[in-house]
Design a protein around this ligand. Structure first.
Ligand code: 9MR
Length: 581
């Protein structure tokens, strides 16, 4: 399999900011510097210089050179870069480069909504019937039974005839499952984006406004991003085990079909039985963390809802303390993702942090301070994700006002992590702040990159130092085309972009009547693990960045998920705020 990687000059196809950093990467056989030119739309040379030889880049196996044209600041469209006989895709230089993405990256959540019809007036081209509202052929999610307990080694069971209404929420990804650990981190990231708009200096407060996004709740005097978040929070509340049931207060780990549904398949056409899965400590704490954060932020808009959230968060946290090691199993991955985890220390830390930030109570503060993670570096350079959530707690403790003793070192730990990432980034010829030491990129590597950008962006918010905002902008170049495959990983953005991501709804590749994913959808990205049958065959022997293909069946490299788009959402908001460089 030989991907068409287009011109050897690699740029950010979405564009550069007039006052931002501007770098590009050239794939070449030349081992010493070569001259480059920047050309305007008429082909006139407007700037020139010499490249810097970088040798063989391990993440691609290519011999590459880089160039920097940051000093050129005139806005316009149709610019190209030329060197060594290669001319890049055209790109703009514009303050507006990321404005639309900030909105599009969130429309994704609307079209992923379960339990409600998707309206063409809100998402043109994406209208569909409500999924899983108890209308045939659907069997859920209004009365979902528990999975037969035989799947688990322990004795968890539900009383005969027990069912639960778990309608709503977002479909997790390209499948029809809804998973609490992943829903928790995704909604938390949207909430953090909102909260950042209140706490950070350098934002235009976009997330604080009503009427900014494509959501049906527009005009209800609640910021639209909170409306979208509430869709998931309401679902998370339904996933809490009710009083009187075994493990009351815990959260069911997930609800999904009992066997995998095929592709393509609209949510409303899913005829398979669905089931609740045994509660887990991790799901319970993710619910506690997200609900505690939601309680803090919804207080000014809906006090009753905020109270419900806080009660749910407290109850969940207490239930997790009583059941601290009830883990989801890797064996439970039929019909839905396993999302298995065998350590909840990080989830405890994150949940305690949110409960402390919301309530200020001593018990939660003591749990934050007493966590073994509190004094550790929780920032893995491979990025945080659903299985490793301590960084979310640390970022919150650093940015949300609080009186935690030792707060300075909390903030310093974020800046130190960002410094390490910026240092790593500077060694990378493609400019991504991600380079696993074994050169094996993980499932969802684009979200590793995006979440590392969140850490660096937070350091900018804490310090105001432009080296951090510039590092985030440079990292964005990678996602939008300055990479080994010369592809923008975000649908609808750039000249050549991912559009055949694994999804049962947006399966245009399989059925021309269906749409591609909506603009603003990020693909999982290169995955050295080749964990699906197609990639295993087509990408055998691939080097890191080449372990990706834009094919709907390559689900381990090319899926869509709420937790990856939530990272994109936070980052796109940060990028859109950097209008002046
Ligand atoms: O995002 C998940 C990734 O971190 C795991 O390595 C992978 C394998 O367990 O699963 C990913 O999550 C998928 C889930 O299992 C099923 N729905 C789609 C998710 C995204 O690919």
């Amino acid at each position: 399999y030989q991907p068409d990687t287009g011109p050897r000059m690699r740029v950010n196809q979405v564009g550069y900011l007039p006052y931002g950093p501007k770098a590009a990467t050239l794939v070449t056989t030349a081992t010493t510097a070569v001259p480059w030119t920047l050309n305007d739309a008429e082909g006139k040379v407007v700037r020139s210089g010499w490249t810097r030889a970088r040798g063989v880049d391990p993440t691609s196996g290519q011999n590459v050179q880089t160039l920097d044209f940051s000093s050129y600041r005139r806005g316009g469209s149709g610019y190209t870069l030329t060197a060594d006989g290669a001319t890049s895709h055209p790109f703009p230089i514009s303050d507006a480069a990321y404005q639309a993405l900030r909105v599009d990256s969130k429309t994704f959540f609307y079209t992923q909504r379960s339990g409600t019809p998707i309206l063409d007036t809100i998402a043109p081209g994406y209208a569909r019937a409500a999924g899983h509202v108890g209308v045939a052929p659907n069997q859920g999610d209004t009365a979902v039974p528990c999975l037969p307990p035989a799947v688990f080694a322990d004795n968890w069971t539900c009383p005969a005839g027990f069912t639960r209404d778990v309608t709503g929420g977002w479909y997790d990804a390209g499948d029809h499952g809804k998973y609490v650990v992943n829903g928790g981190i995704a909604v938390a990231q949207l909430l953090s984006e909102y909260e950042r708009n209140r706490t950070a200096d350098d934002t235009d407060r976009h997330a604080l406004r009503d009427g900014t996004l494509r959501v049906p709740e527009r005009g209800n005097n609640v910021p639209d991003i909170l409306d979208e978040a509430r869709w998931e929070l309401d679902f998370l509340l339904r996933m809490q085990v009710p009083d009187g049931q075994p493990l009351a207060g815990m959260a069911y780990h997930k609800i999904s079909d009992t066997t995998w549904t095929g592709l393509p398949l609209a949510p409303a056409a899913d005829a398979k039985p669905r089931a609740l899965h045994r509660p887990s400590t991790a799901a319970t704490l993710n619910l506690a963390a997200a609900a505690a954060q939601g309680a803090r932020l919804f207080k000014r808009f809906d006090r009753a809802f905020a109270r419900r959230l806080l009660t749910a968060a407290r109850t969940a946290y207490a239930a997790a303390e009583a059941n601290p090691a009830l883990y989801a199993s890797n064996a439970d991955g039929t019909g839905g993702g396993a999302y298995a985890d065998s350590d909840a220390t990080d989830e405890f830390y994150w949940a305690a942090a949110e409960l402390y930030l919301t309530t200020g109570e001593r018990a939660y503060r003591a749990d934050v301070l007493g966590s073994p993670l509190h004094t550790m570096n929780v920032f893995d350079p491979d990025g945080f994700y659903w299985g490793s959530t301590a960084a979310l707690g640390r970022l919150e403790l650093a940015t949300v006002d609080n009186e935690l003793p030792g707060r300075r070192s909390v903030r310093a730990s974020v800046v130190a992590a960002a410094d390490a990432l910026v240092a790593l980034q500077s060694t990378q010829a493609y400019g991504q702040p991600y380079a696993p030491s074994d050169n094996r990129w993980v499932w969802g590597s684009n979200s590793s990159i995006l979440n590392n950008m969140v850490v660096i962006g937070t350091a900018y918010d804490l310090t105001g130092r432009s080296r951090y905002s510039e590092a985030v902008l440079t990292a964005a170049d990678f996602l939008f085309g300055r990479n080994a495959l010369n592809i923008s990983y975000v649908t609808g953005y750039g000249t050549v972009f991912a559009r055949n991501q694994h999804s049962r709804m947006y399966a245009r590749q399989l059925d021309p009547r269906l749409p591609h994913p909506p603009a603003g959808t990020v693909a999982g990205g290169p995955n050295s693990g080749l964990q699906d049958p197609l990639s295993r065959v087509k990408l055998a022997g691939c080097v890191a960045q080449f372990c990706y293909m834009d094919d709907i069946n390559a689900y381990s490299t090319n899926e869509i998920t709420i937790n990856w788009n939530s990272s994109l959402s936070w980052v796109s908001s940060f990028l859109a705020d950097q209008k002046n460089g």
